[in-house]
Design a protein around this ligand. Structure first.
Ligand code: NDP
Length: 443
């Protein structure tokens, strides 16, 4: 058995009951085999077994009081996976499904993603099983403050810099940053995704969605085509989905679907994004409310968005949202390319099905890296007490996504897997972290 497969097997045994973490390791580790075989120095230094063990993980109680005076308890997490190339960096997810396995998978992926950006950021992730749906602003604030009452001692501008993810947007980051500042007395860039009024960066809100579309732009260019006149299917209707749709439309595409956890909308005229922003960003409502604005659109409850014919599919909701049945529908309807906006949108079976059927596929760790890349640019602006213009940040983002695409393509080709961006992203992301670890000794 190869070094990579042996370590994968051992880690699965050592971490039972963590299916999402197993899945993330299984998607990454085997594809490193040709690289590890070529460079035995990494096995000698135990790099892989060190890389799959988080440097630190904290779990904590988060008590808070709801509007009726009832005491509520949630569980908080922060997994600080790797600081080999920079301080821990990765978002916080607030969703009832959150558990240690999900946070570990996200933090593990984040190591590779952050490495691919070419910026000095390590990998981490955190969150809670808190559900903000239906909560008042005061309840969300009470939860966020209690969450930070514990987390503040583990984070800092040069230590660990959280940001948003599912269920964590500008409102939550604001409440958490306020409490962090109160407890530490430090006005520093300990969070990204901040509002522009207190140190946020232009383009951070748009970054993951725009970056995803820039990645796809590179993929389409490799196939001698563009977004012009393409039909795009998008899942989700949160931060990533909305700004992916916005940029795809700007580049000439028609986006015909968006969804939430209850169902999807189909608008053959092209989704009215202002209406979606109003429903999701302002009213915090359900995507079905789109029908009140656009009577000719359709709403399909619990439907599979991948059944809608398209040229390009961008999953932007959550992990394992595009499985083999969805992949089969996309192939049947002639979809040419898929890029993951959500982390681990597909499982391995679906990924292989898409690749085997000629669908050009980009994994989340490359395709959605634009968010964390602009977060790193926010950190740079905070350290220098400067703020850059929208065009400057957007231009850097576009160039970073181009570089990521190129690096993944070249790594895949170098190891005999031309066009396999999954293997390319894993090898390119691993290479830099492994080398940094080797040079820093056994720590
Ligand atoms: P948001 O909370 O803004 O939006 C999430 C969207 O996905 C909502 O429409 C939500 O619907 C839907 N969704 C969430 N969970 C489920 C589920 N279990 N089943 C079906 N639909 C679901 O999150 P983001 O847009 O920020 O994040 C989306 C994805 O992108 C995540 O995988 C995240 O890890 C990834 N990502 C985000 C980055 C960022 O900068 N925000 C950066 C890189 C990756 P509902 O409202 O019904 O829950």
């Amino acid at each position: 058995m190869s070094y990579a497969m042996r370590i994968l097997d051992d880690s699965k045994k050592k971490n039972p009951n963590e299916p999402e973490f197993h899945q993330a390791m299984t998607e990454i580790i085997p594809s490193l085999t040709p690289f590890l075989d070529e460079h035995p120095k990494y096995e000698k230094a135990g790099i892989l077994e060190r890389m799959i063990e988080p440097e630190r993980q904290v779990m904590f109680r988060v008590p808070w009081v709801d509007d009726s005076g009832k005491v509520r308890i949630n569980r908080g997490y922060r997994v600080q996976f790797s600081s080999a190339i920079g301080p821990y960096k990765g978002g916080l997810r607030f969703h009832p499904s959150v558990n240690l396995s999900i946070i570990k998978f996200l933090a593990f992926e984040q190591i590779f993603k952050n490495s691919l950006t070419g910026l000095p950021i390590g990998g981490g992730k955190g969150g809670s099983d808190f559900d903000s749906k239906g909560k008042s602003d005061r309840e969300v604030m009470a939860f966020c403050q209690s969450f930070i009452d514990e987390l503040y001692r583990h984070i800092g501008a040069d230590q660990d810099i959280p940001a948003g993810d599912i269920g964590v947007g500008g409102r939550e980051v604001g409440f958490m940053y306020g409490q962090y500042k109160r407890l530490t007395g430090q006005y520093e860039g300990a969070f990204t995704g901040k509002s522009l009024t207190y140190g946020g960066s232009l383009v951070r809100t748009e970054a993951t969605g725009y970056g995803l579309v820039y990645m796809m732009e590179n993929m389409l260019a490799a196939k001698n085509t563009t977004f012009e006149d393409k039909t795009v299917v998008i899942s989700g209707s949160g931060n990533v989905a909305i700004y992916a749709a916005e940029k795809a439309v700007k580049l000439g595409a028609k986006v015909v679907t968006m969804s939430d956890s209850n169902g999807y909308i189909y608008d053959g005229d092209g989704i009215d994004l202002d209406a979606v922003k109003q429903i999701k960003e302002v009213q915090r409502g359900r995507i079905s409310e789109y029908l009140k604005v656009k009577k000719t659109a359709e709403y399909v409850e619990n439907g599979l968005v991948w059944s809608v014919p398209c040229n390009i599919a961008l999953p932007c909701a959550t992990q394992n949202e595009l499985l083999k049945n969805g992949a089969e529908l996309l192939v049947k309807n002639g979809c040419m390319a898929v890029a993951e906006g959500s982390n681990m949108s597909t499982d391995l079976e679906a990924t292989h099905y898409l690749q085997d059927n000629g669908v050009f596929f980009a994994p989340g760790k490359a395709a959605n890296a634009g968010g964390v890349a602009v977060s790193a640019l926010e950190m740079a602006q905070n350290s220098s007490r400067m703020s850059w213009a929208f065009e400057e940040v957007d231009c850097r983002l576009r160039s970073i996504m181009h570089d990521i695409y190129t690096e993944c393509s070249m790594a895949a080709e170098r190891y005999g897997m031309k066009g396999n961006l999954v293997a390319g992203a894993n090898i390119a992301g691993f290479r830099k972290v492994a080398e940094a670890m080797l040079q820093q000794g056994v720590v």
